[in-house]
Ligand binder design. Structure first.
Ligand SMILES: [Fe+2]
Length: 259
């Protein structure tokens, strides 16, 4: 099983709503798609952990589908704080499991991909209510390998400002559910626009990089790090017969015209 994890595309048919989004993002995401297509082996699945669109209009999601259409493999998405549930549900018919929340469970090979919806409409922060966590707990009672997809990271980043806008509700129970789950699982997130990896709740966990804008390395405990126009980072997770390897990919992109 080979999984390509990217996040936070922030594509928009009109001018971006979010200030740091590269104005040329619709030309940057195809460079990442081209890199995936150039791999010695195509991934079995591409996962995008939220903020797929920047404004969340029907036209935004049409653009997302167009930009990702060269990928001849399943593409799984979860909503971020910039997405809108109704148009996203229509644009990505990936077997949504709930009439309101964009929850999904997709089996590819012998791995289950469990998509969570951490939206708190109108807010940057994320939440997992009891209903969503009950659903997750039921899914994870099955011991077959699972990959949990979630936009807002529940684990600390080392920056208090980022963590204050991450998953602010449901974190404690999510940790208990992941710890108690009987099968192997990993947690893939987005939201932070910087690719990093950790262990949380006893599980491998990661944040995916973003083609829309990325923050430079900065280990200050507070404040927003400076933007960088360095290469776009995404990760390849190779689940093989002897274990797991995570390979970072760095995609060269043109300098930002606005930095
Ligand atoms: Fe984002």
């Amino acid at each position: 099983m080979l999984i390509a994890h990217l996040s936070d595309l922030h594509l928009s048919a009109g001018p971006p709503e979010t200030a740091p989004v590269r104005p040329d993002v619709a030309w940057i995401v195809p460079l990442v798609v081209a890199d995936i297509l150039s791999l010695p082996r195509l991934p079995d699945v591409v996962v995008v952990t939220g903020d797929v669109a920047d404004g969340g209009s029907d036209a935004d999601y049409a653009l997302v589908r167009e930009v990702l259409s060269p990928l001849p493999v399943p593409v799984l998405v979860v909503p971020g704080n910039h997405d809108r549930r109704r148009p996203m549900r229509a644009a990505f018919p990936q077997g949504w499991a709930h009439p309101e929340f964009l929850l999904s469970e997709t089996v590819i090979g012998r791995t289950r991909f469990i998509g969570l919806d951490s939206q708190l409409p109108g807010r940057v922060e994320g939440s997992l209510c009891r209903e969503r966590l009950d659903w997750l707990e039921e899914r994870l009672a099955d011991p077959t390998p699972a990959v949990v997809l979630l936009h807002h990271p529940p684990f600390p980043s080392g920056n208090r400002d980022w963590d204050a806008t991450a998953l602010i509700e449901g974190r404690g129970r999510l940790e208990a559910i992941l710890r108690a789950a009987p099968g192997p699982l990993r947690l893939l997130c987005g939201h932070v626009h910087q690719c990093y990896h950790t262990v949380w709740a006893g599980r491998y966990a990661a944040v995916g990089g973003s083609p829309a804008f990325q923050y430079a390395l900065d280990f200050e405990p507070e404040g927003e790090p400076p933007l960088t126009d360095g290469p776009v980072i995404y990760s390849l997770h190779h689940l093989h017969s002897d274990g797991v390897a995570v390979h970072p990919r760095a995609v060269p992109v043109p300098p930002r015209p606005d930095l």
